[in-house]
Write a protein that binds this ligand. Structure first.
Ligand SMILES: NC(=O)c1ccc[n+]([C@@H]2O[C@H](COP(=O)([O-])OP(=O)(O)OC[C@H]3O[C@@H](n4cnc5c(N)ncnc54)[C@H](OP(=O)(O)O)[C@@H]3O)[C@@H](O)[C@H]2O)c1
Length: 248
């Protein structure tokens, strides 16, 4: 099984890539820069997925994959609500959180369809499910667009043998999340744990009382890619320690 993990050098992407290596897959990871603690079993291809020319070069090098994990994404615009957000901020967020996946899917799906076999995972976020206007409006909305795209694409390609599934983590212990909590702790003169609890309260509390480990997200992704999940497509799996206070 040949797997491409975008942003597979750090955080959730690295945990997913490590999990697939442990399972014996051929794993290709991509990111803008190599990371110091990269897994030597992974083939690394440097690419900035915000640049169409880098996406073309990556696809030419990778050729075909059985599994595509679209993991890169994040908050790349300021908080503060609608009035501080320019058109460029919106375009940047949509580029990072939606269009990188759209471009890679478009390039790698034809091979999957030809072989009548393949799985695409989109890593979204629970931020798509709640209106955090002040913290990260563009992030939640661009991830919500990703969710809609993922579901729609799943419907199109299911008859062609390809599954498309969304995974929506809640707060997960990676460098950007830890620095987000640290910044709030420093600004408010409170501890990391107090800041975590304050942020958790905004999302309705995390019943488990802790963040997810990246490896816990990787376990879910591994299951969803496996033949055990052969009837699962078009679904959005939330992994948030019970936090998001909605009944779906
Ligand atoms: N952590 C959380 O609490 C959390 C919660 C919900 C959802 N998520 C989602 O989970 C995904 C991963 O988040 P994370 O926290 O694991 O992030 P992370 O630790 O910062 O890792 C991000 C990865 O993406 C790469 N990357 C970033 N921009 C890129 C670009 N333009 N082109 C190519 N590679 C790029 C980074 O490497 P380089 O910097 O070298 O490019 C790195 O390998 C994101 O989609 C995020 O929205 C995270």
């Amino acid at each position: 099984m040949k797997v491409l993990v975008t942003g597979g050098t750090k955080g959730i992407g690295k945990a997913i890539a490590d999990k697939f290596s442990q399972e014996g897959a051929e794993v290709i990871v991509t990111a803008r820069n190599a990371a110091p603690d990269m897994n030597k079993q992974h083939r690394f291809i440097a690419a900035d997925l915000s640049k169409p020319e880098d996406i073309s070069r990556l696809v030419n090098e990778v050729k075909d994959v059985d599994v595509l994990i679209n993991n890169i994404g994040g908050v790349n615009t300021p908080g503060g609500g609608f009035s501080v957000l320019t058109d460029q901020h919106w375009l940047d967020a949509l580029q990072l959180n939606l269009l990188t996946s759209v471009s890679l899917d478009r390039a790698l799906l034809p091979g999957m369809i030809e072989r009548k076999h393949g799985v695409i995972i989109h890593i979204s976020s629970v931020s798509a499910l709640q209106p955090f206007w002040d913290l990260n409006m563009t992030y939640g909305i661009s991830k919500a667009a990703l969710n809609a795209y993922s579901k729609t694409l799943a419907t199109e390609v299911a008859p062609k043998g390809v599954r498309v599934v969304t995974v929506s983590p809640g707060m997960t212990k990676t460098a950007p999340m830890e620095s987000f909590v640290n910044d709030i702790a420093a600004a408010s003169g409170i501890t990391f744990d107090q800041a975590f609890q304050a942020i958790s309260a905004r999302i309705g509390g995390v019943p488990f009382g802790r963040m997810a480990e990246p490896a816990e997200v990787a376990e879910l992704v591994s299951f969803l890619v496996s033949p055990k999940a052969s009837y699962i497509t078009g679904a959005n799996y939330v992994l948030d320690g019970g936090a998001t206070p909605v009944v779906r």
